[in-house]
Design a protein around this ligand. Structure first.
Ligand code: NDP
Length: 502
């Protein structure tokens, strides 16, 4: 989103070579970090490339052992890691701990399953090539550049980093300017767990320019997670060198409540899905479409629960501040637009916005044209819209260009409605369950991006398939030589007709 250093993190002494990360709760400096130049980034990629050759040669078991050692180290230092995440993002201790539990689970899964998904496997040679053995294996790309956001500064980039490393690649990671310390912690602990591969996973810090330099540094793929406008810039930069790119962008996820839903469960899920981590979740609940038959009960339950929640800076607060100061203006603009167009706030309102904190805001009767419905708000807000039935909810959910995730609450039609949603992931009778299942691919469609992290697809995303055939014996009929007689081709055509023409 940013091309230049935000005022809140530039050095007070005007030093352009380093920047400070700040605690959004207090404005205090958490740490200082270098602004890496294009030359620094290129040097990091070159070091990673050399280290990557040894890493690739380790094979699946050798890599798994080292990834397991890293995972165990992260678990041992979980409290320190949690505190660092809370300090740089402001998120509550429990939101940070939940993030770390997911990190560890994914790291474990990627290491464990890489061999099954990517290892050499035999493929049937088919009719014409019956005398050949055929196999495919998925080989590492080389160096993967990872560019990550601040809202889940460990979980989100690890969705690429863990899978890229397990697949045999080296990684150069550019964390958000708001969470450089979390990025450095990841690289430092990896090097501690695997000192002989210290250059394999490197971190470069700085602003948007450092990220742009990574796109142009000769990496073999860029895995970007962030906003849609930045995703487009990353793609444009990568196109200069035909560097492949994975783009995980924002969303405006909808929760559909059908008339046969467990309304109590749906309301609790909507409140948590919309408000945890201060609503700063790419696949969090931003819109709710509730069937008219249960709408009154649902809105009353949401109102009651959301009114009780208050953000705060203390570790046990239900949720923390807005991490990125200028996001407050976006939240304010969306809420104002909704109210100006005739929407009503049943919880909070414009005066809930007291930077850096935003208390829950629940809006109803908001026209679908409002920016509160069409654009990513990224705050603890919910827009609840009454619909005649769940099918109309699905239609409205699908009306935006975003298509990341979604959720459906229904006792009888959950999976049927899920399949009608135009998005990459859906939870039925829950929210965000898909993100916590490492075996499931994660990613969106439309303005939410393309490509997949997590699961088998997430491992393959950081590889290139190589197909190999081996002649086992000479065939009686070989049409792929000038020694073939016309009889041979006639026989092949006859066989083709016999097998496939009926
Ligand atoms: P941004 O798009 O602002 O930034 C993402 C990353 O890109 C940051 O590291 C940023 O660096 C870097 N960057 C900025 N400009 C450039 C550039 N020109 N070239 C290369 N890199 C650049 O997103 P946020 O950090 O604000 O993250 C929030 C967004 O991320 C939301 O839209 C959210 O929905 C999305 N997201 C998507 C997820 C998914 O899986 N689909 C998961 C989590 C978040 P710097 O910070 O230094 O500017």
């Amino acid at each position: 989103m940013t091309q230049t250093a935000p005022a809140e993190s530039t050095e007070a002494d005007g030093d352009q070579t380093r920047f400070a990360s700040l605690d959004p709760r207090t404005g205090e400096v958490v740490g200082h970090h270098p602004v890496h130049t294009a030359a620094d980034v290129e040097a990091a990629v070159a070091r990673a490339r050399t280290a990557g050759e040894e890493w690739a040669a380790l094979g699946f078991d050798g890599r798994r052992a080292r990834l397991d050692a890293w995972r165990k180290l992260l678990v041992r230092r979980l409290d320190e890691f949690q505190a660092l995440i809370s300090n740089e993002t402001g998120k509550s201790a429990d939101d940070a701990r939940t993030e770390l539990a997911l990190v560890v689970d994914h790291l474990h899964w990627a290491g464990k399953h890489a061999s099954r998904v990517l290892g050499k496997r035999r493929v049937s040679p088919g009719m014409l090539m019956y005398n050949h053995a055929a196999s495919v294996e998925y080989k590492p790309l080389g160096v993967v550049g990872v560019i990550g956001p601040w809202n889940y500064p460990a979980f989100t980039p690890l969705g690429s980093i863990a899978y890229a490393l397990a697949a045999g690649n080296a990684v150069v990671f550019k964390p958000s300017e708001y969470t450089p310390g979390v990025g450095e912690f990841l690289a430092r602990t990896f090097a501690e767990a695997s000192p002989e591969h210290a250059d394999l996973f490197q971190v470069v810090t700085g602003f948007g320019e450092t990220g742009a330099a990574l796109c142009r540094a000769g990496v073999d793929k860029v895995a970007f997670t962030g906003s849609t406008p930045t995703g487009k810039r990353v793609m444009a930069a990568c196109s200069e060198t035909l560097t492949p790119v994975l783009v995980e962008c924002g969303g405006k996820d909808a929760l559909i409540v059908a008339d046969d839903a467990d309304v109590k469960a749906a309301a609790a899920a909507a409140v948590w899905g919309g408000i945890f981590n201060s609503g700063q979740t790419c696949a969090g609940v931003e819109r709710v479409y509730v069937a008219e038959a249960v709408a009154d009960e649902f809105i009353e339950l949401v109102t009651r629960q959301a009114s009780k929640l208050r953000p705060g800076g203390e570790p046990n607060a239900p949720f923390g501040p807005i991490t990125m100061p200028r996001q407050v203006e976006v939240i304010q603009a969306h809420v104002r637009d909704a109210l100006d167009r005739g929407g009503r706030a049943v919880v909070g309102g414009l005066d809930s916005i007291r930077p850096p904190y935003v208390a829950p805001i629940v809006l109803v009767d908001v026209p679908e044209e409002s920016t509160a419905v069409t654009e990513e708000t990224f705050g603890p807000t919910l827009v609840i819209t009454r619909v005649p039935d769940a099918d109309e909810g699905v239609r409205l959910a699908n009306a935006l260009r975003y298509g990341l995730g979604g959720s459906v609450f229904s006792r009888g039609r959950g999976e049927e409605l899920a399949r009608k949603l135009r998005c990459g992931m859906v939870s039925v009778n829950a929210v965000l369950a898909f993100a916590a299942i490492p075996g499931l691919p994660f990613g969106g469609v439309g303005d939410s991006g393309f490509g997949r992290i997590h699961g088998d697809d997430g491992l393959r995303e950081f590889t290139t398939p190589q197909s190999v055939t081996r002649l086992r014996f000479r065939a009686l009929l070989n049409p792929m030589t000038y020694d073939r007689g016309s009889r041979t081709v006639r026989h092949v055509v006859r066989l083709t007709r016999l097998l496939y023409g009926r």
